[in-house]
Design a protein around this ligand. Structure first.
Ligand code: SF4
Length: 277
């Protein structure tokens, strides 16, 4: 099985695992149950990871010595962008070149340095904080929160940085679950009765905060457990084709894939990789 990695342990659930099941059960089966590796990595995902690395570095530097200047931040971003370039990278939207995404990243970080970072008086408790909670005999939760800290007034918060095109909607699967889940874990770990669960949208320079208390934390962990238990009991994994097929690393082998020509960059990378063996 040359294209296989180890299937994810049956009882170990992350937020991304549940999100994949929600978006396309067939993709979930291939990735999490069969352990198959997706054939490409989208440039949007690479941009997100690289910007997150820069943010982590900024806050680490701030805690250890001083906040980097904007120029240093942009130079660090450029170095990471060029150094870590993945071999299987795909620009899905074929009208755009990689430079478009590089400029986007620079713009987001420049705005962040001039806006939120300048005003931010909070203290950092942890960066890329890993949480692991045993929720039942059958389910454990694992996840990483981008930044955990305390406001100047001593209030615990977690924030998740988003590089997406638009702000999320609280009714969406991701928005309703992800940050509150991290906040529930942070509350448990730090012994706080309340916390703020937030998203910071780097393209817009805006933030959205959810006020969490112990009751909400309990409900969000219960909700996650129910979703994970349902996933464990699921026996049918139908394909759910749609716009996201273009970003799915199985789209070159999936007979259900629906991909518009202008979004075919990922499939081309996957096909070429398959031809090369
Ligand atoms: S190509 Fe589309 S339908 Fe097929 S597995 Fe991927 S997301 Fe699902």
């Amino acid at each position: 099985m040359s294209d296989a990695i180890r299937p994810t342990p049956k009882n170990l659930f992350s937020f991304s695992r549940l999100k994949t099941l929600h978006q396309c059960p067939f993709r979930y089966r291939l990735r999490y149950l069969k352990g198959m590796k997706e054939a490409f990595r989208s440039i949007e995902s690479y941009l997100g990871t690289t910007v997150h690395e820069v943010l982590e570095w900024i806050y680490k530097s701030r805690a250890e010595s001083s906040t980097p200047e904007t120029q240093e931040i942009l130079e660090f971003f450029e170095t990471r962008w060029r150094e870590d370039w993945p071999e299987d990278l795909a620009v899905v939207r074929i009208v755009e070149g990689p430079d478009h995404y590089f400029r986007l990243g620079r713009q987001m970080l420049e705005n962040f340095a001039a806006g939120s970072l300048k005003k931010d008086r909070s203290e950092t408790i942890a960066l890329e904080a890993r949480y692991s909670i045993h929720l039942s005999e059958r389910v454990s939760y694992t996840g990483f929160a981008d930044r955990v800290g305390r406001t100047a007034q001593g209030r615990l918060f977690i924030v998740d940085y988003k590089t997406s095109k638009r702000e999320g909607d609280p009714s969406e699967f991701s928005e309703g679950l992800q940050a509150p889940l991290y906040a529930a874990c942070a509350m448990k770990q730090n012994g706080d009765e309340r916390a703020l669960a937030g998203y910071h949208y780097l393209r817009m320079g805006s933030s959205r905060w959810i006020d969490m208390d112990e009751e909400k934390a309990r409900r969000i962990l219960d909700r996650f457990l129910n979703l994970a238990e349902t996933a464990l009991d699921t026996r049918e994994f139908p394909a759910r084709p749609g716009i996201l097929c273009a970003w799915c690393g199985f789209n070159h082998i999936c007979t259900f894939a629906q991909i518009r020509d202008e979004f075919s960059g990922g499939r081309e990378v996957a096909r070429k990789a398959m031809e090369l063996g």
